[in-house]
Write a protein that binds this ligand. Structure first.
Ligand code: GUN
Ligand code: ZN
Length: 426
């Protein structure tokens, strides 16, 4: 059975970081998206054309709401859902004070399942249909998120966080268990339904050389998997890495020396990079994730969006270092950080980062696009969801001005509907 959604549509035709942003997408005021029985997009375009091509299709009319690809959150810690917005610390003491005690609770499969469900409900309520998450050291935390996402048919990337030093004793795995548990989870989940396994050393300070080496070997054996970690988020952290790995040229070199630098590598934050590190990331074709609400909340620094012209950049909440589950709020924070660097990001660039840009960072052409063949994971945005937004967007001359107030001031009230693989989420 084919279904047609009617509304405004905005479909990117090129990368707004390498082409004129305003011309990077096709906008239809009376647009439509046709969805096939397999949950994939059949066509996008003017409503008259799409309806004529699928005369038998059921129709769902979203009025003048804007149909976009569902948001893709390229770096999140779902186990940190319950401790989001914890006050007053910077990265290392934030980890020790709030994060590690919370993550220790995931030894309990029932708690893992409860938080996985809660996180997915919050993500969907905010229009996020796919994400790439760190779990905890406990294999059960990986099972919990893949099982919960599978029940919702969501495309999810996740991996067991590995760390064998510098956390708390109850959160340490070993070289052997990190390798064996990651390998077993990869075999169990990678490519099952819409699940993708991600090899996940937390960051250089919490892994021994031997553990980094073991995970590098696992990645070499499964090069199609993503590998996610953190890179150069805070200056204190970078100094610590230099102490722990005096033989390394820089932070990125620690990963490279242990087989953890590659095209399928996804490096979180990447704020305080040397010229050599930037060049090397670009050279190998790696991707980085920008986590703007986290970078201001934990006081990390200002990401340089110029990187987007050199490498793939995903946009991410970094829940719960980030202070919001909303990719709208995350786009707003990205705009504000770029402004502090005298770079006014165009609404097209913000929307692209939150959808196709993040999907590209995850190496997926299946999500993040309003295009035939892509999964019909969609968000329908009410562009007048509050009186403040409505009065501002009423003055707009084009779609970019119309959508920008929702980017800057919108929240889950702007999310009118979400579709996962073509099915409306209740
Ligand atoms: N670096 C290592 N672990 C973490 C984490 O959980 N959150 C953030 N923001 N940075 C990290
Ligand atoms: Zn993170």
């Amino acid at each position: 059975m084919t279904t047609i959604l009617l509304g405004q549509t905005l479909a990117f035709t090129s990368d707004p970081f390498t082409t004129e942003p305003a011309d990077a997408a096709r906008h239809e005021t009376h647009g439509a998206v046709a969805i096939g029985a397999d949950g994939r997009i059949l066509g996008v375009g003017p409503a008259d054309d799409i309806c004529a091509a699928h005369p038998e299709a059921a129709r769902i009319d979203h009025g003048d709401a804007l149909i976009l690809p569902g948001f893709v959150d390229a770096h999140v810690h779902y186990p940190q859902t319950a401790m989001i917005a914890s006050w007053g610390k910077r990265l290392i003491d934030w980890l020790n004070s709030y994060t590690f005690p919370e993550e220790a609770q995931f030894f309990d499969p029932a708690y893992s399942a409860e938080i996985a469900d809660r996180y997915l409900d919050l993500a969907l309520a905010n229009g996020t249909t796919s994400f790439c998450t760190f779990c905890t050291i406990h294999p059960g935390s990986v099972d919990a998120i893949f099982e919960a996402a599978g029940r919702r048919n969501m495309g999810v990337w996740a991996g067991k966080t590995c760390m064998d030093r510098n956390a708390t004793a109850n959160l340490h795995d070993t070289v052997r268990s990190a390798y064996d548990d990651s390998a077993a989870l990869l075999a169990k989940w990678h490519g099952v339904g819409r699940a993708s396994y991600v090899i996940t050393p937390r960051f250089a300070p919490t892994s021994s050389r031997e553990q980094l080496e073991a995970l590098g070997a696992l990645w070499a054996a499964h090069p199609d998997c993503l590998m996610q970690t953190h890179l150069s988020e805070q200056t204190d952290e970078i100094a610590w890495v230099a102490e722990l790995f005096p033989e390394a040229r820089d932070y990125l070199d620690v990963y490279e020396a242990h087989g953890l630098l590659g095209t399928n590598g996804l490096y979180g934050h990447a704020i305080h990079l040397s010229a050599r590190e930037r060049d090397r990331l670009a050279e190998v074709g790696a991707a980085v994730t920008h986590c703007p609400t986290s970078n201001t909340f934990i006081g990390s620094g200002l990401f340089d969006m110029e990187l987007a012209s050199r490498m793939r950049v995903g946009l991410a909440t970094d829940t719960g270092g980030g202070s919001s589950f909303s990719m709208l709020r995350t786009m707003a924070a990205a705009y504000e950080i770029a402004q502090l660097r005298r770079n006014a990001l165009h609404p097209a660039q913000l929307l692209w980062l939150a959808t196709e840009g993040s999907a590209n960072a995850l190496g997926s052409g299946e999500i993040g696009r309003l295009a035939p063949g892509a999964m019909a994971d969609l968000v329908v945005l009410d562009l007048a969801s509050t009186p403040a937004i409505a009065q501002r967007s009423a003055r707009a001359d084009d779609i970019w001005q119309t959508v920008f107030p929702t980017i800057m001031m919108g929240d889950d009230r702007a999310v009118a509907r979400v579709y996962v693989a073509g099915q409306a989420v209740d």
